[in-house]
Design a protein around this ligand. Sequence first.
Ligand SMILES: Cc1cc2nc3c(=O)[nH]c(=O)nc-3n(C[C@H](O)[C@H](O)[C@H](O)COP(=O)(O)OP(=O)(O)OC[C@H]3O[C@@H](n4cnc5c(N)ncnc54)[C@H](O)[C@@H]3O)c2cc1C
Length: 449
Amino acid sequence: MLAPLPDRVDVVVVGAGFAGLATAAACRAAGASVAVLEARDRVGGRVWSRDVGAARLDLGGQWIGPGQHRLEALTRRLGVATFPTYATGAKLLDDGRRTRRYKGTIPSLGPLELIETHLALRRLDRMMAKVSARDPASSPDAAALDAMTVADYARRLRSRRARGLFDVALGAIFGAEAAEMSLLWFLAYLRAGGGLMALSEIEGGAQERRFVGGAQGVADRWAAELGDAIVLGAPVRRVVWRDGEVVVHGERGAIAARRVVIAVPPPLAARIELDPAGPARRDQLVQRAAMGAIVKVIVAYERPFWRERELSGEVVSLGGPASVVFDNCSHDLRQPALLAFVQAEAARRWTAAPDDAGPVLDQLARYFGDEARRPVTIATADWAAEPWSRGCPVAVMAPRALTSTGTTLREPVGPIHFAGTETAVEWTGYIEGALESGERAAREVIRAL
Ligand SMILES: Cc1cc2nc3c(=O)[nH]c(=O)nc-3n(C[C@H](O)[C@H](O)[C@H](O)COP(=O)(O)OP(=O)(O)OC[C@H]3O[C@@H](n4cnc5c(N)ncnc54)[C@H](O)[C@@H]3O)c2cc1C
């Protein structure tokens, strides 16, 4: 039998992803009573680990990199070990015509393409340095940058392959295409995470290490500390707020609270009815935040045959259907695996005709040989089809959203506060950003109690 909900607490948190857990832990530590209402039957949200063959592997967020201090400290405190992402051997670039090996960060381009790519990256770094991650709309030239999409910027790249590589990097980081994103928002996002190269790389970058037993282990252990405060299978539908009091209505009943923190992705937050409705400006902003689309395909094998050929398993493909491939073996090699990302438009096509991994296996066989056609099992997560995420890894902002609404996703509405990685000013879009946002929301709430 399900435990009854408390009638009243100091703080209700909606969502038990890393942002909701961080909010709840900080409120609890400050002496507040807390209830966390989570729609799914598990915690972790966009971080989700599942048994795939002989190991528990990640179908959602899975990497931790330098500079993600909160996540690093939490992982250490909870006793979850990490291990380096496999990056030994040559990488492959499939430019849609032929596939070649390369080493280093930027794939084997011709000398002019390389110069063009380096110049474009340096220019992006210079532009990014002028943009505020906390309040992008206050940056110099904000209106002009916000009126452009990232595609307007990418048009400067004349080489087909350099542009293709840029698009692949965007798809992997955002699950979205250059034409969907405000250039201003993109620069703020890069600023929050240390630049495009830091977000794209394995060694020294955001893909540097993985979690032994899967990233959800961190959320599970944290949730265990919060105990009964976490209520699973409890979607929230409506928040009624009056001066000094909130009532949160969900499928498991209603709870009264002094404050509520909504820690879900912006498009899903917009589906929770506020009574009375929040300010139109916030709603207009949220309407312009759209989730990216990624299908993560883990293909498990008997043997890591690519390693035997001195290949790292990493592929960048301009041909598709998967745009990026990584080695995804378990830390102890008990379960060898490759991981293929189908992203942006290709992911949306997948959602329309789901679960056909055949073209991905054909693609892997082209890179690694026929053995790639004989997996022991395949696990797939189509994040756009997940009712409580509706896309991933992050919501991207359309042009003119930030400057025309003149507000941020973080602004509270009366006693209603907002967390979630999209509201972060450090590592927006990442687990680290979710943690930062939860700590910030908890500070707001505790000040107000
Ligand atoms: C495929 C993929 C790969 C990624 N790779 C990485 C990576 O390697 N490293 C990294 O740092 N980040 C990565 N990310 C991003 C990272 O997972 C997210 O930034 C982070 O987990 C977001 O946490 P959050 O708490 O803000 O939101 P979420 O994790 O989305 O949590 C929100 C929670 O709210 C719940 N919810 C939604 N609506 C309601 C409702 N109405 N009522 C109650 N509950 C509700 C959801 O079920 C969910 O549990 C990846 C994401 C994906 C999907």
